[in-house]
Design a protein around this ligand. Sequence first.
Ligand code: GLC
Length: 558
Amino acid sequence: MNKNDSWKQKIAYQIYPRSFMDANGDGVGDLKGITSKLDYLKDLGVDYVWICPVYASPMDDGGYDISDYYSINPMFGTMEDMDELIAEAGKRGIKIIMDLVLNHCSDEHAWFKKALADPNSEEAGYFWFRDSGENPPNNWRSMFGGPAWERVPDGRWYMHLFSKKQPDLNWENPKLREKLYEMIRWWLDKGLGGFRIDAITHIKKEPTLSSLPADGPDGMVDCFAPTRNYPGIGKLLTELREQTFDKYDCITVAEAAGVPYDQLGDYIGENGYFSTLFDFTYSELYVHGHTWYTCKKAWEWPISLLRDKMFASQLETQKIGFGAVYFENHDYPRACEKFIPHEYQSPLTQKMLGTLFFFLRGIPFIYQGEELGMTNTVFESIDAVDDISTKNHYRIAINDGLTPEEAIKAVNRYSRDNGRVPFPWTPGKNGGFTVGKPWMKPHPDYIEFNAEDEAKDQNSVLNYYKKMVALRKSEEYVGALSTGDISPIMLDYPDVIAYVRSAGEKKVAVICSFSPYPLNAKLGFDPQKLLLANYETPFELRGGKAVIAPFAAFVCEI
Ligand code: GLC
């Protein structure tokens, strides 16, 4: 695993393949489409590209339901296309990171089909089957709503922490584990740069599978306590690493929700299970209550809450390892929706948000379209939505008595499909994403915000991202801005999130104001050289204080 530390100075980019670029005109993004856009990624300065799952899949959960780990979903192309993508990326110094889904597979996987056909088969032991009569074995609620168990025709129940088409794999079974390791090595032998590892903290379950006190009117309980980072998981993760990643020069990025800070060292310390992980503690502040329509909106919680959680994560992580930082991904609405009220969403605020996350300590992951400043899209009705979790949240709202008009409002705000609309390459038809009929309606603003036009506009969000990438990679500042220390500053100002990155004598301050008004503030440092900003003059010094422009973001050497 990551034989040296050079990856810490790199930049990563996440692709949702169905919506990135369609090369064959069938309306769906594909691997050849990604290959055709490698020069765009190279020009942006990207070193690693994480591609969401492209394995064979019935696509119940956007490909996170894999029916064959060894083949490519024909919707995305062929294995030859994959090999070509890895090779072409390699020519440009870009490494491909695949998504690795190990907690569950698809109910259409051959293993599950055999397990259904014969309860005594080896494959039946790869899953969590139980006989419990009429009622499910326990009251755990699945992540997507409803019971975490489904009954099959012969009366057995199987566990699924996600959708019922995603049966959980039984990691207690050594034969299953060996099958998975073999598959991982097979992919790494192809020369992958590594893996982003899906929902990995769920592979260990509380062994007695007992019911717990209900936490909702449905009589069920969230399955976090008995299935997330459950004691004993370390043994499985150590074996996973030793049998696979350790043998290769690759990086591993864990989707590791629910790891308490005092266990971070086990995960990403010197001999940790993974190279790095995504920490979700500061990206889901708006999630309150039992479903989306009860969530708080941007600014119904104070910015200082984001700041406190973000710095807690940064400071704990720097004690023991190196994180993976992001503000957007395929599971979230666009970041501005979470952090900026509608009336203030603009390229200016997009640049501010970008600056805030991009210079944190960790390897930055840019999510497709974020570099264009994309906002949420518009869903007129639930029929326009593909995502299974969105449909579930919509159903809960309707069951709770909301009208379709009311329920769709929450969908528009929080749906994961907001980030899954076709990538706008040009102002032409369908944003240049496809010559066919796009599988999902393009963003209504693509004529204004698209890669081609933004490339020509020096003030675009795209060119701002390019400047951020260039600065983080520059010989002079890469030390401070990659592995350098981070320390929070200006904590007296609740609308400001600011920090200093430093390595030896080099010190760089990053200041982001969430105030829609000019802000009088004591900087507490001496700005020497302005390196980057979302204004020509982001602040003016007056007396001992600075007047910071509304929503200003600036990076300066101090
Ligand atoms: C992860 C993925 C998400 C998926 C889930 C189940 O959280 O990011 O998209 O639905 O795992 O595989």
